[in-house]
Design a protein around this ligand. Sequence first.
Ligand code: SF4
Ligand code: SF4
Length: 467
Amino acid sequence: MKNEIKVISVSSQVTDSCHTNQPIIHAKQVSGFFRTLKSMTQATMWLPFFVLPYLRWNGKQAILLDIDHSQFHFFNLSIFPDDIWMVSFMLLIAAMVLFATTAVASRVWCGYFCFQTAWTDWFVWIEAKIEGNPTARRKLDVAPWNWDKSIKKLTKHTIWLGIALLTAISFSIWFVDAFEYWHKLFELRLPKAGWVTLAVIVSGTYLYAGLMREQVCVWMCPYARFQSVMTDTQTIMPTYDHQRGEPRGKLRKDEAQQGGCIDCFQCVQVCPTGIDIRQGSQLGCITCGLCIDACDGIMDKIGQPRGLIRYASPVEMAGKPVKKPYQQKRLWIYLSLILVSIASLIYGISHISPLTLSVTPERQPLFVRMSDGSIQNKYALKIKNKTRQAIHIKVSASAQVNGLVVVGAEQPILISREHGAFLTVFVKVPSANITQETLPLRLKIEATEDANLSADALTQFNAPKLE
Ligand code: SF4
Ligand code: SF4
């Protein structure tokens, strides 16, 4: 039988689901290699989300996205608005990694890492513990309300809301001090924005992971919409081996008359998005591999080799030559962009100055002739102390001229930790020493506590036309 590469549209899949009057998919739990892998990747990805905000570093929160003060802190590294380009590189790296993995293995992000999949898995696990297997759950859904149903539903929804609340709190404490947040929460002293964030995330988590589940993956996720442009016939995804499986049929003694698929529907029953992978690759498939686990289990039971459903590319299934990842041009493009972004990020991080200075010279007037005959220029200094301690700053200036004096910063100036300061200074030069109309001037700031903590900026000293 000739192999065919079929792509079924999301709409036909969901229409079928609507026709069966099945408002929510109750997928069967399955065990196997991909189920274990999925649990491990989800834990690796999302455990830090709950735990990392409690980590302290030098007495402060180690990772803090302090939007209120426009500062991000990662251990010893502080990122201020003028370093925000680094965040752009981080986002670019994340996007390129997503594109590259999609090109190689389709929606592997969705199946193994995505928060929607992870939270849905946890919600379904709780549902199964309370209400039983999918058949019991479907029966309970349509059963008339009684004491047993009420208790089960109440327990389930209460636990779901508890997880949603923990999710909302864990999200919020990435942006404010974690321990302070808990105190304020218990004392009901959160600011209005805090309560709104909490309400939005609790309701979103409960709705998406508890009530909408696969509908988010199939209908709402934008990634599902554009993933088709990132994949091609070389992309591997869970695929049913038509040649081996068809003609399908119930297990009979005269096995020679049928293909490998015994039409047991296990692959459909475990699918979190309700797909029958035997109909071909479908946009609603989140590439989780659970149908592979289910089918492999069946193959083991009936003594057939595993792999009737397996990760394979359409060309592989069609018996055509398969390209190695390094033979695919666009992977090289993604990889190059990732490497350039990582290199830029490392360069940026290693060159972040804990103290910055920018200087704006006064333009109106360019200079002032003082009563003692000297020429004076005015400069506006913008200083930023990115360190986590207050420091005292002294200002100095240097140029190829004798008798230069800085006025206005005779005493060291205190600058609070992670704060900026504006300062106006004057630079005076005796007119007799001036030999040119403009000359380069370097202004320097230095912490009195640590001479290595310094910054400078090049500007210009203006003088009247020489006679
Ligand atoms: S689990 Fe395997 S054997 Fe059973 S219906 Fe699916 S493809 Fe066929
Ligand atoms: S078809 Fe298979 S891989 Fe795709 S979502 Fe369903 S179970 Fe997961």
